[in-house]
Design a protein around this ligand. Structure first.
Ligand code: SAH
Ligand code: SF4
Length: 407
């Protein structure tokens, strides 16, 4: 069954980084249903003795209960006959991640520290706005990459999250926000009037280094008979794993955000070391080739504002030149650098960020500044990191060298 014993997904021969072990099976031997495809649920049900016809019917019911009703246990699935509920509870669990901590910022942002069945911590963040609510989810525990300005990058990669743990984040957010359809309401998910409207894969980890699990999880999140979020409301952010980008457009098929952050080789090599493998021009060509990209579906370039590093007028002009050169339907998202203990950079001044933004706007390219949210609870971009992973500066430098050698 893939959710418990799938081989670690690898992005291909380009991936020179150490591949971590996959998730250990649950101690109680039960299998989590969340994250399985319909075919896998059916197979699991046949595995515990249901005949194919029964298995098919029960799969449909379970799918509805899990993803439409948000059932947290088998007991509450009243449309399934009691003996079957008991049988399911013997062999399966629904499979929500465990919540270790739930913090609410003074600006309404929420951060959850979650724990996997095998004891690893990861985080997700919910950012409410007037007209939308964005859930920022993680794809890995830690990250193999080591962008110099990112807190998660100072962690070792512990392991990839499996679909259960990725989809489970969305389900937990629905639980907390009390947004499951009430009994008697049979309509599909309607984003209007809800708090959770958008999902961004911008939490811990590099989603394109966990390709298969992210793809399978997004298929479940988008499934119209379940969570039903439209692909237009889902954005995947990558630091620039060029060889996986075309496939991402074809198989995951959501909006793309690219962590560009610099426009010269020298600076990008320093702050996003993956650039030494896949350079800026190659990355922008992959953006131009991203399937489905057009004016209505632009690519977002994320650009973290680092004082005296990547924030000059020349940088802004070069950014404009590059976007034009590759004829990219693009918008630029300027992210004020969010500090974390021991970070080697400072945030650009508000005046510099404003000037940078205006230059890009003047060239006809949208370049809003992202308001930092949840800084007081360390929930802002790049601040996520498992608390159990505190390291000294010397250890951090050693780890960065190790990761570099692996690229
Ligand atoms: N690994 C993916 C997605 C997670 S990071 C990626 O790198 O794109 C989500 C975004 O937060 C990225 O654009 C990342 O560069 C940015 N980020 C990381 N650390 C940051 C920090 N300290 N301040 C502001 N943004 C940061
Ligand atoms: Fe990993 Fe993204 Fe952080 Fe870079 S910015 S270290 S890719 S999580």
């Amino acid at each position: 069954m893939s959710a418990s014993a799938a081989p670690m997904s690898r992005p291909g021969a380009d991936n020179a980084v150490t591949v971590p072990r996959d998730r250990a099976p649950r101690a109680d031997g039960k299998v989590a249903l969340v994250g399985l495809t319909r075919a896998e649920i059916r197979e699991a049900l046949e595995g515990i003795g249901l005949d194919p016809r029964q298995a098919k019917m029960r799969t449909k019911q379970l799918w509805h209960q899990l993803y439409h009703r948000g059932a947290r246990d088998f007991d509450s699935m009243s449309e399934i006959a009691k003996p079957h509920r008991a049988l399911f509870a013997e062999h399966f669990v629904v499979g929500r991640p465990e919540i270790v901590e739930h913090l609410v910022s003074e600006d309404g942002t929420r951060k959850w520290l979650l724990r996997t069945d095998d004891g690893h911590d990861y985080e997700m963040v919910f950012i409410p706005d007037a007209d939308r609510g964005t859930l920022c989810i993680s794809s890995q525990v830690g990250c193999t990459l080591n962008c110099r300005f990112c807190h998660t990058g100072t962690m070792r990669l512990v392991r990839n999250l499996v679909p259960q743990e990725i989809v489970g984040q969305v389900m937990l957010a629905r639980d907390t926000l009390d947004e499951w359809p009430k009994p008697g309401v049979s309509s599909n998910y309607d984003p209007e009037g809800r708090m959770l409207t958008n999902i961004v894969l911008m939490g811990m980890g590099e989603p394109l280094y966990n390709f298969d699990h992210v793809r399978d999880a997004m298929a479940i999140v988008r499934d119209e008979e379940g969570l039903g979020l439209s692909r237009r409301r889902i954005t995947l952010s990558t630091s620039g794993v060029v060889p996986a980008m075309k496939r991402a457009g074809e198989e995951i098929n959501v909006n793309l955000a690219v962590s560009l952050h610099a426009v010269t080789k020298e600076v990008r090599d320093e702050i996003v070391p993956l650039n030494r493998k896949y350079g800026i021009e190659e990355l922008l060509q992959a953006c131009a080739d991203y399937p489905g990209v057009n004016n209505a579906r632009r690519i977002t370039f994320e650009y973290v504002m680092l004082k005296d590093k990547n924030d000059s007028d020349e940088d802004a002009q070069e950014l404009i030149r590059l976007i034009r050169k590759y004829k990219l339907p693009a918008k630029v998202n300027l992210i004020p650098f969010n500090p974390w203990p021991g970070a080697p950079y400072e945030c650009s001044t508000p005046e510099r960020i404003e000037a940078f933004s205006s230059q890009i706007f003047d060239a006809g390219i949208s370049a809003p500044v992202r308001t930092p949210r949840g800084r007081d609870i360390m929930a802002a971009c790049g601040q996520l990191k498992s608390a159990a992973e505190k390291k000294s500066r010397a250890e951090l430098d050693r780890l960065a060298e190790e990761k570099q050698a692996a690229l």
